[in-house]
Ligand binder design. Structure first.
Ligand SMILES: [Zn+2]
Length: 210
């Protein structure tokens, strides 16, 4: 599996373009406003985008979902708990978007353990609440790759003081992710890439009393 990153201003979101070189099938993770560059990648590599994967429903991450879907017919997928955010986002304008996003209805509602196939590659969904109730990470075991959105960054985690956030749930989520193999390559929604093994600070997090 190959992964290409596109950094999308103004919030410097990382959008990922991943594809299976054998089947020539591709997926994008959190398109943000990188729709044009992601579509150009599919031309450049001669592959077809079949999935638009959202790690969560915040408006900065999902902004170009609809433009990619209408250009490619790819299916929009999001963890079921965050799906209502795709419609709710349309109600407000945001300084970081040129216009309010159109209301989006997801094609695929993901659950814990849902598997999507990209040729021979299997993309597994982990429910990882903390940044939002329905945040998810996407794991490709054969490639040792984990797409974490705004859940895990290199050296830190996503905000938990936003609507739907929970500091306590974030601790459980991060401790769970830390059980993945140390050489797991982490592709976060913002900032540089890392590996689970480098994120030693997670092991020091105390479980909250709940
Ligand atoms: Zn977010």
């Amino acid at each position: 599996m190959r992964v290409e990153k596109v950094v999308s201003p103004p919030l410097d979101n990382n959008a990922y373009f991943l594809f299976d070189e054998t089947s020539k099938l591709a997926a994008v993770v959190d398109p943000a406003l990188a729709g044009k560059a992601l579509l150009a990648n599919s031309e450049r590599f001669g592959v077809k985008i079949v999935y638009i994967l959202n790690t969560h429903g915040h408006p900065d991450s999902i902004a170009d979902d609809e433009s990619i879907r209408s250009a490619t017919g790819a299916k929009i997928a999001i963890f079921e708990v965050d799906a209502p955010r795709l419609e709710k986002n349309a109600r407000g304008s945001r300084w970081f978007l040129p216009a309010p996003p159109s209301p989006i209805k997801a094609d695929l509602l993901l659950k814990e353990g849902s598997e999507l196939k990209l040729g021979n590659e299997v993309i597994t969904t982990f429910h990882t609440p903390g940044h939002t109730e329905g945040s998810a990470c996407f794991y490709v075991e054969s490639a040792g790759a984990l797409f974490t959105g705004d859940t895990l960054y290199a050296g830190s985690c996503g905000r938990t003081d936003v609507q739907g956030g929970s500091p306590a749930k974030m601790v459980f989520t991060l401790r769970r992710l830390k059980e993945l193999p140390p050489d797991t390559h982490v592709y976060p929604g913002h900032g540089p890439e890392t590996t689970m093994g480098d994120e030693t600070w997670i092991s020091d997090l105390a479980y909250p009393v709940v």
